[in-house]
Design a protein around this ligand. Structure first.
Ligand SMILES: Cc1ncc(COP(=O)(O)O)c(C=O)c1O
Length: 390
C-alpha cells in the first residue's frame, strides 16, 4: 500500500518534537528516579483559581455541555468586547473569534493570511511552535535578528532590512518568549508604520500581557490608526494559570473574522460552552493569579540573574516579563545545545536556545516556574557543574 502523506506533514516534520528532546529525556530520567530540576517548559506553578474551577464545574452540571458555534459563546464574546474596548473603543462582537488557546488562534490566523511561498517576518529567537505554525500553510519564516545588546527587543531598522517582496505578515510576540522583552510605544509605532508602508498584517501574540514585571505593556492593537491590519491573540493560559482549559481568542478586523470563521468551523465546530462560561467569568473577575505570578517570576529571575552573573563565561539577560530567563553560555566555549545536554547529567534540565530559531545557538533558556528553593538549588548545581566539569 502506498504511504503518501500530504506535503504539510513534510514541512512540519522537523518543527516539533526534536526541539523538546532535552525536556523529554529529563521526564524519562525523572520517571526512572533521577533527581533533575526541570527548568524547561513554562507551566504555571500556581493552581488555577478555585473560583474559576467552580464556575466551570457548575456550568457543566447546569448542562452547558452541548455544541457551541464557530465564533464563540455570546456571553464570552461580550466579555471580550468589554475587555478589549478598554484598549480600543471601536471593538464590537464582529471583531472577536474564540479559539481553544492562543496556539489554535495562531494556527487558524496564519492559515487564513498566508499560503505557499509567502514570508512571515518573525523576531529570532522565537517561541518554539512558531516555525510549525508558519510552515503549515506553505509559508516560510523570515528571520529578524533580536540582538543581545538590545536585550532582544525587536528594532524597526532590523525589521525593515529583513523585509522581502514575498512578506505578508509580521508575527510579533511582546512580551516575548523566550527573552521576556517588552516593546515601548515609540518602537511599536515605528514598526506599525513599516507594516503600513510594506502592507503587512501584524499578528500580535500577547499571551504574556499580564506578566510584565516593570514598565508598561504596549501593543500596536491600541492604536486605532492601524486597526485594519492588526490581530491580537491571547488566552487565559498564562494570565489565569489555566493552560489545560485551552481557552483563547483572536481580536481583529471584522472582515478578517468573517474570512477566518469558516476555517475555524471546519477545524473545531465550536468551543466548549462550560469553558466559555469560566473564561467570561475570569475576564470580568480577574483572579489574583497573574499578580502572584508577576511577583514570583520577577523575584526568581533576579535570583537566577544574580547567581549566573557570578559564574565566569555565563551572561544572563534579565527579562522584563514572562516566565523565562535567557543566558549566553558561549563564554564557556560551548554552544547552548552542548551545554544543556551536559548540564542534564548534572541534574538541571534547561532548553537550548537552538530550539528557538537560528539566532539562539549561544543561549540557554531557564524557566521561572519552579519554587525559589528549587531555583536556588538549580543555580548551585549549575555553578558546581561549570567549576568542576568544564
Ligand atoms: C509566546 C507563546 N504563544 C503562545 C503560547 C501558547 O499559548 P496557549 O496556551 O494560549 O495556546 C505560548 C505557550 O507557552 C507562548 O509562550
Amino acid at each position: 500500500m502506498l504511504r503518501n502523506f500530504a506535503r504539510t506533514t513534510e514541512r512540519l516534520r522537523d518543527t516539533g518534537g526534536a526541539k523538546w528532546a532535552i525536556h523529554q529525556r529529563c521526564r524519562e530520567r525523572q520517571q526512572a528516579g533521577a533527581d533533575i530540576i526541570e527548568l524547561t517548559i513554562g507551566e504555571p506553578d500556581i493552581p488555577t483559581d478555585s473560583a474559576l474551577i467552580e464556575v466551570a464545574a457548575r456550568a457543566m452540571r447546569d448542562g452547558r455541555t452541548g455544541y457551541s458555534n464557530g465564533r464563540g459563546e455570546p456571553d464570552l464574546i461580550d466579555a471580550l468586547v468589554e475587555r478589549y474596548r478598554r484598549r480600543r473603543t471601536t471593538i464590537n462582537d464582529n471583531n472577536v473569534l474564540c479559539f481553544p488557546g492562543t496556539q489554535t488562534a495562531l494556527f487558524a490566523t496564519m492559515l487564513g493570511l498566508t499560503g505557499e511561498g509567502d514570508g512571515v517576518l518573525v523576531g529570532d529567537p522565537f517561541y518554539a511552535t512558531y516555525e510549525g505554525v508558519i510552515r503549515a500553510s506553505g509559508a516560510h519564516p523570515v528571520s529578524v535578528p533580536l540582538r543581545k545588546n538590545n536585550n532582544f527587543r525587536l528594532c524597526a531598522g532590523d525589521l525593515e532590512r529583513a523585509i522581502t517582496p514575498d512578506c505578508r505578515v509580521l508575527l510579533l510576540n511582546a512580551p516575548h518568549n523566550p527573552s521576556g522583552a517588552i516593546l515601548d510605544n515609540g518602537t511599536i509605532h515605528a514598526i506599525s508604520v513599516l507594516c503600513e508602508k510594506y502592507d503587512l498584517w501584524m499578528v500580535c501574540d500577547e499571551v504574556y500581557e499580564e506578566l510584565v514585571f516593570e514598565g508598561r505593556f504596549c501593543s500596536p492593537f491600541d492604536n486605532e490608526a492601524f486597526a485594519d491590519r492588526v490581530i491580537a491573540l491571547s488566552s487565559i493560559s498564562k494570565s489565569c494559570a489555566a493552560p489545560g482549559f485551552r481557552s483563547g481568542w483572536a481580536i481583529g478586523p471584522a472582515d478578517f473574522c468573517d474570512a477566518i470563521l469558516p476555517l475555524s468551523e471546519a477545524m473545531l465546530f465550536g468551543n466548549q460552552p462550560f469553558i466559555a462560561d469560566m473564561t467570561a467569568y475570569a475576564l470580568r473577575n480577574p483572579p489574583s493569579t497573574a499578580m502572584r505570578m508577576r511577583a514570583d517570576y520577577q523575584r526568581r529571575s533576579l535570583i537566577i540573574a544574580n547567581a549566573l552573573d557570578e559564574i565566569e563565561g555565563i551572561t544572563p539577560f534579565r527579562p522584563e516579563a514572562g516566565m523565562f530567563i535567557l543566558a549566553d553560555v558561549t563564554g564557556l566555549g560551548l554552544s547552548g545545545e552542548r551545554f544543556a545536554w551536559s548540564l542534564l547529567e548534572a541534574g538541571v534540565a534547561v532548553m537550548p536556545g537552538s530550539s528557538f530559531g537560528d539566532n539562539g545557538d549561544d543561549l540557554i533558556r531557564l524557566s521561572l516556574t519552579k519554587s525559589d528553593e528549587e531555583i536556588n538549588d538549580a543555580c548551585h548545581r549549575i555553578k558546581r557543574f561549570v567549576e568542576e566539569r568544564l
